[in-house]
Ligand binder design. Structure first.
Ligand SMILES: *Cc1c(COP(=O)(O)O)cnc(C)c1O
Length: 492
């Protein structure tokens, strides 16, 4: 298991000869050995210096580690926080600390694998962002708009398989303009997933439209075609069909677009795709974020690529995107003086941030590869732990695994809150899955269509699921350490 080699305990027993111990130290790059008793309990650490001192004192190389004085090693427990561990490394000036589990069996943590709290998803910049930003500085193009914005728009259009892109100040502003471009007005009903981030739903209320929340399905965790169909049938009969359907693709994975879009087409309801979490993913060979009549991306700081804050609205219709650009720059009519016939917004992306976006787009596929690798590390390291299930990736779907997401089964004795708190208390940031919109105080008065009469999938996911740290700049050792902590909490 080369991947976890750095975490493999370097065990020795009292029966080991000095010669063998020296050789082991040599092979393992000098890290201390852990002297354990027959039950695997730690007795002391053994360093190269300890062995040399014995030899200098006249011990032969065939003497055993029994000759060593009893030790008093620096140890920690599996419940010691990352911050306290870092303090122990500092105080003891050691490169590895064994952490004793509840049975007293040590697991080694190396200092190079420990550095402060572990966050859910942090920005990860490449080499080119500074070059593009410098271009903006060098040409004094700090004011909004300029060549970096145009470059970013055409490069994102090409990557995301969209004809047209408007670079905007956030994913939320992209969704808001998307609704406006679809003609949504006061009192219109808009279908929206219940299982999503509030930013999918908030823009509905900006326009005083009425959200109707639709449940998820278990196969994708995204919008349930069964619930969507039931709502459409009912609303058609009542004469209250929605003005638009927002479909979100969560945690890096597309919704079941064939099923959902054919339903929306059949009822002639346009789709606004919230692809804020799925840039880089694909569905049946086509890029996520190219399925809606309009689609929105986000470049917020925690997304798979970031401009520190930003978003984009995409579609194939040049006129719609021209209008998005117009509305996002205060709806200024082409006149030397400032002429306005409509209410506009200040929603455009700045030239500086677009420069960062161009650099980030170049590393996007690399980031996707790493996020998927991180997911696989978790899955393999937690293989065999009863009751952990990963977000499914059905055949034909390609998820970015933006966040590694899992559910923890109560039936197997696992409680996601206990695991969440256990991780939090040692300095590892995990999060529950999105709390459904129909359960949010601000939205609970609106209608909700569950997956089936007696099953609400979004409630089940929220109650049992967690997102794990998934930043593409995490090392393998960090992921394995988190997995080890989860295994300890799950089995402990
Ligand atoms: C992040 C996110 C948004 C909003 O994007 P911002 O750029 O933060 O405004 C919208 N929908 C979903 C599902 C998101 O995860």
């Amino acid at each position: 298991m080369p991947r976890s080699a750095s975490l493999a305990p370097l065990f020795a027993t009292a029966k080991m000869s000095l010669r063998d111990a020296l050789q082991r130290l040599d092979e393992t790059g000098g890290g201390p050995l852990l002297l354990v008793d027959d039950a695997g309990r730690l007795q002391r650490m053994v360093t190269d210096g300890d062995l040399r001192r014995l030899i200098l004192a006249g011990c032969s190389q065939s003497a055993t580690l029994d000759e060593l004085p009893t030790g008093n090693p620096i140890t920690a427990s599996m419940d010691t926080s990352i911050v306290d561990l870092d303090a122990l490394f500092e105080r003891g000036q050691v490169t590895a600390i064994p952490r004793l589990d509840s049975a007293g069996v040590p697991r080694v943590l190396e200092r190079r694998d420990s550095s402060g709290p572990i966050l859910l998803s942090t920005p990860h910049l490449g080499d080119l962002e500074q070059k593009f930003v410098k271009q903006a500085f060098d040409t004094n193009w700090i004011a909004p708009l300029g060549p970096q914005v145009e470059g970013f728009e055409s490069e994102l259009a090409e990557y995301s398989e969209n004809g047209q892109v408007a670079a905007l100040s956030s994913g939320t502003s992209a969704l808001h303009l998307g609704l406006i471009l679809l003609g949504v007005k006061d009192g219109d009903r808009i279908y929206c997933p219940s299982f999503t981030f509030a930013a999918s739903a908030n823009p509905i209320r900006y326009e005083r439209a009425i959200p109707v929340f639709i449940d998820s399905e278990l196969d994708t965790w995204n919008m349930s075609p069964a619930a969507l169909e039931r709502a459409l049938v009912r609303d058609k009969a009542r004469g209250t069909l929605p003005a638009a359907v927002i479909i979100a693709n969560l945690y890096g994975q597309s919704a079941d677009m064939d099923a959902l879009i054919s339903l929306c087409d059949a009822y002639r309801v346009p789709v606004l795709e919230d692809a804020a979490e799925s840039l880089g993913a694909s569905y049946k060979g086509r890029k996520s974020g190219s399925f809606g009549k309009l689609s929105a991306f986000s470049f917020n700081g925690n997304k798979i690529i970031t401009t520190s804050g930003g978003g984009a609205l995409c579609c194939d219709d040049e006129e719609l995107i021209a209008r998005a650009r117009f509305l996002s720059t205060q709806a200024r009519e082409p006149a030397a003086h400032y002429e306005h016939r409509e209410i506009g917004f200040n929603y455009r992306m700045s030239n500086i941030l677009a420069g960062i976006g161009r650099g980030q787009l170049k590393v996007l596929d690399e980031r996707v590869r790493r996020r998927r690798e991180i997911f696989e590390l978790y899955r393999d390291a937690l293989d065999g732990v009863e009751g952990i299930d990963w977000m499914p990736e059905p055949e034909g779907y390609f998820s970015t695994r933006w966040l590694t997401a899992a559910t923890f089964s109560r039936d197997c004795g696992l409680d996601r809150t206990r695991i969440l708190n256990g991780l939090q208390s040692v300095g590892i940031e995990a999060r529950p899955l999105w709390k459904p919109m129909h359960c949010q105080p601000v939205f609970q008065a609106y209608e909700y269509e569950p997956h089936s009469e007696n099953r609400s999938v979004s409630d089940e996911l929220f109650e049992s699921g967690l997102c794990l740290p998934s930043g593409s700049n995490m090392s393998d050792a960090t992921v394995l350490r988190i997995a080890e902590q989860i295994r300890y909490l799950a089995e402990g």
